[in-house]
Design a protein around this ligand. Structure first.
Ligand code: PLP
Length: 432
């Protein structure tokens, strides 16, 4: 059995473990879920990444979603370099902020105004404050299995790294904060309606990943999302779509465009920054008028709207706007997914690649059509074995069975055929 040479990665991890908690700067990178220690990367180009030992991988993590055009895309890179040569930050407005905002506004009709921040977490935190400031109400409803960043009030039965680490909430979040967050299972219209009957007068907002992609890929029934929209309108509760993953990924206008449902506030991250740290939240003029300095809801950031990050975002989104971009991405993802699923069906394996647009997730639950967090098989042994097999065969997936994979425009058809073949061989090894 081929083993990876991890000499340099192991040495670097030993060192980083003396510098950072768990040796990393974000928990899911630590390989705790799949076992072993992380690879340290030194280079990325197109669909490929190289680690410090010179191992090469086809990358399906893509920095957890931002790199929709792969690594070191030439067009994005050139815009970054050109901008950087004129200075990296001013703490004053630049035209690039307006250029990126216009690009978004022209293509996403429900946004009148935006505010750029530096991460998805910051976007969500600010959107929640805005919702509370606008409505004058306190409680927030979220859904089990949706991850909204490490905002205190959202670390309540959250997904992503938290589920991976086997904990349902975080130490350090006071009960008084957690108790202002209500948590419901996804895709349950009955419970949702009941909750609105009981709590709507206290609810400032409902926040949802309209394409929940942090705890498996839990596709929601359109009717559930439509019911949610209707209830929020009826009870004057703001609907926040957290499109940090789905924005500019499942369509340029994210899930809002895909499903034809307009949220009151939207949050973005990941793709919007072209691989640099950017987040944003946006809404109608009426709602955004509450944000400082126009209104009383305070929110600020030294590096918000950073010109280099804005340039990266503009370049990346311009590429996303090329004709047929999303159709092509979806078609090539579908061919990849169908190849693997057809094989799993013939072999009678309890396995399915669930996908939407260019996002996919490896489901070992044996149930088709998973919509809720409690339908995910808690047994991650099979994923861990497959992850290890794929690493040894030149394919890099995010190191957790709860996380989704991303296909970029840099993945070639040949690479996807090779990858599908390795997925199938890996399944044989898992089910042997
Ligand atoms: C849906 C969603 N919201 C918010 C966040 C937080 O974004 P960031 O990691 O940039 O703070 C994430 C991160 O994965 C996310 O997937």
């Amino acid at each position: 059995m081929t083993q990876l040479n991890r000499t340099q990665s192991n040495r670097l991890f030993e060192e980083s473990s003396t510098l950072f908690p768990g040796g990393v700067n974000s928990p899911v990178r630590a390989f705790k879920s799949v076992g072993g220690t992380p690879l340290f990367f030194s280079k990325g180009n197109g669909s490929r990444v190289w680690d410090e030992d010179g191992n090469q991988f086809i990358d399906f993590c893509n920095s957890w979603g931002p790199l929709i055009h792969g690594h070191a895309n030439e067009y994005v890179e050139n815009k970054i370099i050109k901008t950087l040569k004129n200075g990296s930050s001013f703490g004053a407005p630049t035209r690039l902020e307006s250029d990126l905002a216009k690009l978004i506004k022209e293509n996403i009709p429900f946004i009148d105004k935006l505010r750029f921040v530096s991460s998805g977490t910051e976007a969500v935190m600010s959107a929640l404050r805005l919702a509370r400031g606008y409505t004058g109400k306190t409680k927030i409803l979220k859904f089990e299995g949706c991850y909204h960043g490490h905002v205190d009030s959202m670390l309540v039965k959250a997904g992503s790294g938290l589920v991976t680490l086997g904990s349902s909430s975080s130490a350090g979040v006071p009960e008084s904060v957690a108790s202002d967050t209500l948590v419901l299972p996804l895709n349950d219209e009955h419970l949702l309606t009941k909750t609105f009957e009981n709590y709507s007068t206290e609810l400032a907002a409902v926040i949802i990943e309209p394409v929940p992609a942090n705890n498996g890929l839990l596709l929601q029934d359109l009717s559930f999302l439509q019911t949610l929209r209707g209830l929020c309108w009826k009870h004057r509760v703001l609907l926040i779509f957290d499109e940090v993953i789905s924005g500019f990924r499942v369509a340029f206008g994210g899930a809002a465009e895909l499903y034809g449902i307009q949220p009151d506030i939207v949050t973005y991250g990941k793709i919007i920054g072209g691989g640099l740290p950017v987040g944003a939240y946006g809404a109608s003029n009426e709602i955004m008028a509450h944000v400082s300095p126009e209104g009383p809801v305070y929110q600020a950031g030294t590096l918000s709207g950073n010109p280099v990050a804005m340039a990266a975002g503009i370049a990346q989104l311009e590429l996303c706007l090329s004709p047929d971009f999303y159709r092509t991405m979806e078609a090539k993802t579908r061919r990849f997914v169908d190849r693997v699923n057809a094989y799993a069906t013939v072999k009678n394996y309890d396995f399915e690649l669930i996908s939407l647009a260019s996002v996919f997730w490896l489901s070992f639950s044996g149930i088709k059509s998973i919509h809720r967090a409690d339908e995910i098989s808690p047994e991650m042994n099979s994923f861990n074995k497959l992850h290890d097999f794929l690493l040894r065969h030149g394919i890099y997936l995010g190191p957790s069975g709860y996380e989704v994979g991303f296909i970029s425009s840099a993945h070639t058809e040949d690479e996807l055929i090779y990858s599908a073949t390795q997925f199938c061989a890996g399944l044989d090894a898992v089910y042997a």
